[in-house]
Design a protein around this ligand. Structure first.
Ligand code: GH3
Ligand code: MG
Ligand code: MG
Length: 349
């Protein structure tokens, strides 16, 4: 370790990363603003001289952390998600730059796996460069370090990584928007069918049952007519919360129409779905809903269809069967569930 004072195990995140005479950790504990505006780079280098040469041109723009070898570096990556780029030497004790690169690219954590890594290699060392490229290095800087070249390469790769990150965030936001009901934050109709298709394929493969529950609020129009649309929205949101709380985590709850909700229940047969449907029906009946002016009571009707029991083999047909039974529940007086067709047996309970 020579005269290095690196101590990755130090509790304070600001307390490591120094060479004895070069304070390479630049951010002060209480200068949060500075920390935020200076992207964090991890330097993995066991030679104090090279570390100095690396840190000097970068220290104005970046917060620098340093590690003595690949093991130190790996530990820092686990505890410091703010690291946005890694610069690593190849020849180091314990865990080499190559091995570190392999570990980074194989990480389960996508943020670590996708970090830009710049490798420091000797100008003549073609084999080492080839291996580093093969292992997923983004770029190289050669010894002796040219500060202008180093700054340029770091800037390019950091910018590229940030852009890719932003694109990924936007993509996730768009997917979220496309599959989420904005009022209740439940999955929307489109997401219901997407999830449903996957769950159904799983059930087919594992030869298990799957039930679909379709729930419609009884006389919901009266809520809007009496208390206004906003009160209606509030009731819809409360029902959505209640449904989210009542199912299992594997169940998918979606808003599939104005005042209609559907739940996919994987690995659940008709009886199991009937029990949950009845619990939901009773819970709604016993709840009071805030309209902004006065509390109101509500009821719901529920239709259930079961893959493996009913003659329905797609999400579309399952939902149609559930809808048909929902209609029966309405016709028979509302505030009830229907899990089978007439002749099949009567409604339940
Ligand atoms: P039924 O018991 O037969 O289901 O009667 P209903 O009044 O619930 O059914 P109907 O289909 O006649 O009316 C549904 C109402 O739901 C009418 C519509 O204005 C209201 N609705 C649909 N989407 C929304 C929404 O996003 N917000 C609010 N507040 N109301 C909605
Ligand atoms: Mg309806
Ligand atoms: Mg209704």
């Amino acid at each position: 370790m020579g005269n290095r004072t690196v101590s990755a195990s130090t509790e304070s995140p600001t307390a490591y990363g120094g060479v004895s005479d070069v304070p390479i950790l630049l951010h002060a504990r209480d200068e949060d603003e500075q920390v935020r505006s200076h992207p964090c780079i991890l330097l993995v280098e066991n030679s104090p001289t090279t570390l100095r040469l690396l840190s000097k041109p970068l220290s104005q723009r970046y917060t620098l952390l340093s590690a003595n070898d690949g093991i130190d570096a790996w530990n820092l990556l686990q505890t410091h998600p703010e690291i946005e780029l890694v610069i690593t030497d190849i020849l180091m004790p314990h865990l080499s730059g190559h091995e570190l690169l392999v570990k980074i690219r194989a990480s389960d954590d996508a943020q670590i796996r996708n970090l830009p890594v710049i490798v420091i290699a000797g100008a003549e060392d073609k084999d080492a460069r080839d291996l580093a490229f093969h292992n997923g290095a983004n770029d190289f800087v050669t010894k002796p370090i040219d500060s202008t070249e180093l700054q340029a390469r770091v800037r390019v790769h950091h910018k590229l990584a940030r852009t890719i990150h932003q694109l990924e965030l936007s993509r996730r936001q768009l997917t979220e928007q496309a599959t989420t009901d904005p009022l209740t934050r439940l999955k929307n109709r489109r997401a219901f069918f997407q999830e449903g298709r996957q769950s159904l394929a799983l059930s087919e493969r594992s030869r298990t049952h799957l039930s679909v529950m379709l729930l419609d609020i009884d006389h919901f129009k009266r809520i809007n007519d009496t208390y206004g649309h906003q009160a209606g929205d509030r009731v819809l949101t409360t029902i959505a919360e209640l449904l989210g709380e009542m199912g299992r985590t594997v169940d998918t709850v979606a808003r599939v129409g104005g005042e209609e909700f559907a739940i996919i229940l994987p690995d659940t047969g008709r009886e199991g779905a009937a029990v949950l449907a009845e619990r939901i029906r009773a819970a709604v009946e016993q709840s009071v809903f805030d309209t902004g002016t006065e509390p109101v009571s509500l009821t719901v009707s529920i239709g259930v269809a079961t893959f493996g029991t009913d003659s329905a083999d797609s999400m579309d047909t399952l939902l149609k069967v559930a809808d048909r039974r929902l209609y029966v529940a309405k016709k028979e007086g509302r505030n009830r569930i229907c899990t089978r067709d007439q002749g099949d047996s009567t409604t339940w309970p």
